[in-house]
Design a protein. Structure first.
Length: 304
């Protein structure tokens, strides 16, 4: 639900801009604000998961997500007569949802460590993490389908609020324990993790970790850029919102399939380093191909 709300407007950016009488740049900020907030609040989310516990983190995330989705709906309620102020209700709602994102995105690792034995953790983490790109997939397919015209924006916001409300109710009522009564492994029983600030200082002095963080940060940045701006890139070349959404969905489906198969592979072979290097090389190659194919020079050569 969190990732759906993040990319609600990206696949229909042009129609959103026309409906609220704002620029495309202001529409893009509805996605960019997630990234700006996640940088400082990501540290807070890590502390919450380590100190307060998984249960509280998930419930807090669900409530922030629900409140943000409801506030977004205020922007399209005609009886409020907000006029030019309606955009700021969208923006505030997105900010609340953005606060929820790090809490839920960082949860799969903690979930796998607490609830699964050592030999199942990679697979469990992969499956739980798949829920995030699934949200991206749904947003890319659902938003263009719900908004063939700009006046369908209120319907879209209402549809996206429903799963957020349901998820909040399920999390509040259904999650009772922050850890299983019987630990699944010895490592889950005896945690060797450092205190939060001590662990953070150790990571910042760990060169292999810094390299991995930069590499994965670049990968996430590339994924975010494609997810948020693909509609604007393709529609400028004459493609429809539906075609752009389909491409975003395929982008996510292939990633889900690759992540699932790779998770099973490294669980059995333990070849984490080799798998990571191959994936980064393939990502770089795909980015180069996309840049070449979408360049104006390539279009001129193709026409000639």
């Amino acid at each position: 639900s969190t990732l759906q709300l993040w990319l609600t407007f990206a696949p229909v950016a042009d129609k959103t801009a026309a409906y609220f009488h704002i620029s495309l740049e202001m529409v893009n900020w509805l996605s960019i604000v997630y990234l700006l907030i996640s940088i400082p609040f990501g540290l807070v989310a890590t502390w919450v998961l380590d100190s307060v516990g998984l249960r509280c983190a998930v419930i807090l995330s669900a409530w922030l997500n629900m409140m943000g989705s409801i506030i977004r709906m205020f922007s399209v309620l005609r009886f409020l007569s907000l006029g030019s102020q309606s955009y700021w209700y969208l923006f505030i709602g997105q900010c609340l949802c953005a606060l929820a994102q790090p809490l839920i995105v960082f949860s799969p690792t903690k979930l796998a460590a607490l609830w699964f034995p050592d030999h199942q953790r990679t697979t469990a983490n992969t499956i739980a993490s798949m829920s995030n790109p699934m949200g991206v997939l749904i947003a890319n397919v659902l938003s263009p389908a719900l908004v063939p015209e700009g006046n369908h924006i209120p319907l879209m916001l209402g549809v996206y609020a429903v799963p957020a409300v349901i998820a909040c109710a399920l999390a509040t009522v259904g999650i009772h324990e922050k850890a299983p009564p019987t630990p699944p492994s010895a490592s889950a029983t005896n945690s060797t993790s450092q205190p939060f600030l001590t662990g953070l200082k150790m990571l910042l002095r760990n060169k292999p970790y810094i390299i991995l963080a930069v590499c994965f940060g670049g990968g996430i940045g590339m994924f975010t850029c494609f997810s948020a701006l693909l509609e604007q890139i393709l529609c400028e070349k004459g493609y429809s919102n539906e075609f752009a959404g389909l491409n975003g969905a395929l982008f996510t489906v292939c990633g889900l399939l690759g992540a699932f198969l790779l998770g099973l592979y490294v669980d059995h072979t333990r070849k984490f380093i080799e798998s990571t290097k191959i994936c980064f090389c393939l990502s770089a190659l795909a980015s180069i191909v996309f840049a070449v194919v979408s360049s104006p020079l390539y279009s001129i050569i193709s026409v000639d």
